[in-house]
Design a protein around this ligand. Structure first.
Ligand code: A3P
Ligand code: MG
Ligand code: MG
Ligand code: MG
Length: 304
């Protein structure tokens, strides 16, 4: 076979995301985040950088030429990390055959080394995640997300109980059932329409869109990955961010897992997102809408 094998790439990304989680936890515990501002409300820390360097160096050791789009602009020193490519071998018979020998030109790995950096710098670490998404022919097909600051069920743990930060991994490949997910909807929220949106990048466009849906509840928290996982686990019906701000690396990994469980992510118009390595097109300029069901109903409301 001459193409890339998605099972091997996702297997490696699982190792690298878990290792990055440890890097992120250690830097948080050190207390030295070395915060730099890339733009207004757009911080980057040394944890973002070290996490991305670790992931890219590990991928390059196996796939020197694979297309990678990472959030941070940084040099990548070589490492001796050779991630395990074999963890998912048992799915070789059940995985979609196309994904076992993917044309190299059509594969892109999107890396968000630390999603929810703003919240991270404020110590609200439960929503921090490392996100690695793999797209094939412009569509997310594999995703790995790792939450460093939660317990094994993904529940927040305060920093006074840091020893319980065992972390949580979720990976998904479209066509293979996703493990390690729960329906977390509280009984009193059954039948309600719940929107989740940004905590730290809110604006009037988003407020106007929320009004069109007339939800019963609006939750605000950090991280594109965390909010998408809330939809996947039924804590919210819609993740709505109807404005410029998120980038392809924020959504590639969670989108793949969402697709694997039957959910939908589009632009607010209902048009699909096109995943490309053209750096002038990595912004989700029109925003995103994420649902686990009734997607068209919400798109209709947003466009009426
Ligand atoms: N106005 C804005 N400027 C820069 N980045 C934005 C933004 N709005 C959203 N984002 C990006 O979208 C992601 C989710 O944002 P939010 O937590 O507000 O929902 C964050 O990813 P990072 O933390 O990986 O940079 C954040 O940087
Ligand atoms: Mg950032
Ligand atoms: Mg992000
Ligand atoms: Mg980030």
């Amino acid at each position: 076979m001459t193409g890339y094998n998605l099972l091997e790439i996702v297997s490696s990304c699982i190792d690298l995301a878990e290792q990055s989680g440890k890097i992120i936890r250690d830097i948080f515990n050190s207390g030295t985040l070395d915060i730099k501002m890339k733009g207004e409300d757009d911080p980057m820390t040394v944890a973002d950088l070290k996490s991305q360097q670790h992931i890219i160096a590990g991928l390059r050791n196996h796939w020197p030429d694979i297309k990678i789009v990472g959030e941070e602009d940084c040099e990548v020193p070589p490492t001796q990390t050779f991630p395990d490519r074999t963890k998912l071998q048992k799915y070789s018979d059940s995985a979609p055959k196309d994904y076992l020998n993917m044309n190299k030109e059509d594969v892109i790995v999107f890396i968000d080394p630390l999603d929810a950096t703003k919240e991270f710098t404020l110590g609200r670490v439960h929503c921090v995640m490392t996100l690695i998404g793999i797209t094939y022919k412009g569509v997310p097909v594999g995703g790995v997300i790792y939450q460093p600051f939660v317990d094994a069920d993904g529940l927040p743990v305060p920093k006074e109980q840091a020893s319980q930060w065992v972390g949580r991994l979720v990976w998904g490949i479209v066509g293979i059932p996703v493990e390690n997910l729960k329906d977390k909807r509280a009984p009193e929220d059954k039948g309600k329409v719940i929107i989740v949106t940004t905590a730290s990048h809110f604006n009037q466009d988003i407020e106007n869109s929320i009004q069109k849906i007339q939800p019963d509840k609006v939750l605000r928290t950090g991280g594109a990955g965390y909010k998408t996982l809330m939809v996947i686990e039924n804590l919210a019906d819609v993740y709505l961010f109807s404005t410029v701000g998120t980038k392809l690396w924020d959504i590639a990994a969670p989108h793949a897992i969402l697709s694997a469980v039957g959910g939908t992510l589009t632009q607010p118009s209902g048009k699909p997102v096109n995943y490309t390595d053209n750096l002038s097109l990595v912004e989700n300029k029109n925003g995103i809408v994420v649902t686990i069901g009734d997607h068209q109903k919400y798109i209709n409301l947003l466009n009426k």
